[in-house]
Design a protein around this ligand. Structure first.
Ligand SMILES: Nc1ncnc2c1ncn2[C@@H]1O[C@H](COP(=O)(O)OP(=O)(O)OP(=O)(O)O)[C@@H](O)[C@H]1O
Length: 289
C-alpha cells in the first residue's frame, strides 16, 4: 500500500503525510450513538485551513451526524472537537467574547430556508441573531450584497423560497450561510437535486468564493463531479470512522475496496474523464490566447 494519504486513524491503510499549516477543525476520538446504534467510534479528522474537504461515504455512514457534531448540534458520547482553535464545548471564547457560531456558515441539506420569509429576510436572520445593534438599513444592504455574491439577481432578495427554482434556493441558502462573513463553511450535499449544468455552476461558485474569501469548506457530497472539480482533499467515512483522507490520486493509491469501487467504478471513471477533457480544453484555449 503506497498512497500518501493523511490518515489519522489507521496507519495500516496508508502512511501519514507531514503538514505544517494550521487546522480549521480537529476532531479526536469521536463516538456518537443513538440508543444501541453506534454511528461513530473513535473517529478522528483534521481539516486544513483554506481547503475544500469533500466528505464521502455510503448512505447512513454518519456524514451529517459528523457535521452536526462539529457545529455543536449533536452532543457526542465521547471525543473532543476544536473549531478554529476553540473547543465547541465553549461556544463563546472566554478571552475574546466571540461566539464561535458566528465564525461559520451552514448550508443544510435541502437549503432549510424559512418559507414565510423572503430570501433577504432569510439572509438577515443570522445578522439579527449575532448583531442586533445593526440598523435595518445596513442589514438590508448586507443581505442584498450577499444575495448578489452568490450569483442571484438582486430581485431575488424580495422573493419567497416557493418562488425560486431548486438551484436558486441553494444559492439563497448559500447567501444566508455567508451572511456573517464566515471563515468556515459547511455544505451538506449542496448539488443534490440540481441538473448537471446547475450543479457545475454551483461548484464553480463555491470554488470561486472559497478562493476569494479565503474560506475553509467542509463539503458532504455524493457528487463525483464535485469531488473531482473543486475538492482539494477527500475524507472517506466507513466502518464508523474516517478510514482515509487525501487527494483523489492518493486515495486511489490505497487498495481499500470501498475506495476503489467508489472512485474506480463507472461513475468515478466518467467523472475523471470529464475533468480531464475540461482541463485539455482549458489548455488548448490557453495556448490559443
Ligand atoms: N437524531 C437521530 N436519531 C436517531 N438516529 C439518527 C439521528 N440522526 C441520524 N441518525 C442515524 O445515524 C445514521 C447516520 O445518519 P447520517 O444522516 O449522518 O448519514 P449520512 O451519512 O449523512 O447519510 P446520507 O448519505 O444518506 O445523507 C443513520 O443510521 C441515521 O438513521
Amino acid at each position: 500500500m503506497g498512497g500518501k494519504v493523511d490518515q489519522q486513524v489507521d496507519p495500516g491503510l496508508a502512511q501519514n503525510v507531514h503538514f505544517d499549516g494550521e487546522y480549521a477543525i480537529v476532531v479526536e476520538g469521536l463516538t456518537n450513538r443513538f440508543g444501541e446504534q453506534v454511528v461513530h467510534e473513535n473517529l478522528s479528522l483534521k481539516v486544513r485551513r483554506g481547503e475544500i474537504l469533500g466528505v464521502v461515504g455510503g448512505s447512513g455512514t454518519g456524514k451529517s451526524v459528523l457535521m452536526r457534531s462539529i457545529i455543536g448540534l449533536q452532543i457526542p458520547a465521547e471525543g473532543t472537537i476544536e473549531v478554529l482553535g476553540q473547543s465547541i464545548d465553549d461556544a463563546v471564547d472566554p478571552d475574546e467574547g466571540v461566539d464561535i457560531r458566528s465564525r461559520w456558515g451552514v448550508l443544510f441539506q435541502g437549503g432549510a430556508l424559512f418559507s414565510t420569509l423572503t430570501v433577504g429576510q432569510n439572509v438577515e436572520v443570522p445578522l439579527k441573531q449575532f448583531y442586533p445593534e445593526l440598523s435595518d438599513e445596513l442589514r438590508h444592504e448586507i443581505a442584498r450584497y450577499k444575495v448578489r455574491l452568490t450569483g442571484l439577481p438582486e430581485e431575488a432578495t424580495s422573493k419567497y423560497p416557493s418562488e425560486l427554482s431548486g438551484g436558486m434556493k441553494k444559492r439563497a441558502g448559500l447567501a444566508r450561510a455567508l451572511s456573517l462573513d464566515p471563515e468556515l463553511l459547511f455544505l451538506d450535499e449542496p448539488t443534490a437535486g440540481l441538473d448537471p449544468i446547475g450543479a457545475a455552476a454551483f461548484d464553480q461558485q463555491t470554488r470561486g468564493l472559497t478562493d476569494t474569501l479565503g474560506l475553509t469548506v467542509f463539503l458532504i457530497t455524493h457528487d463525483l463531479d464535485t469531488l473531482y472539480e473543486i475538492c482539494d482533499r477527500v475524507a472517506v467515512l466507513a466502518e464508523k470512522r474516517v478510514i482515509a483522507v487525501g487527494t483523489i490520486p492518493e486515495l486511489l493509491a490505497t487498495d481499500h475496496p470501498w475506495i476503489q469501487e467508489y472512485f474506480n467504478g463507472p461513475r468515478g471513471r466518467a467523472a475523471m474523464a470529464s475533468r480531464d477533457r475540461a482541463k485539455a480544453m482549458d489548455n488548448r484555449l490557453g495556448e490559443g490566447a
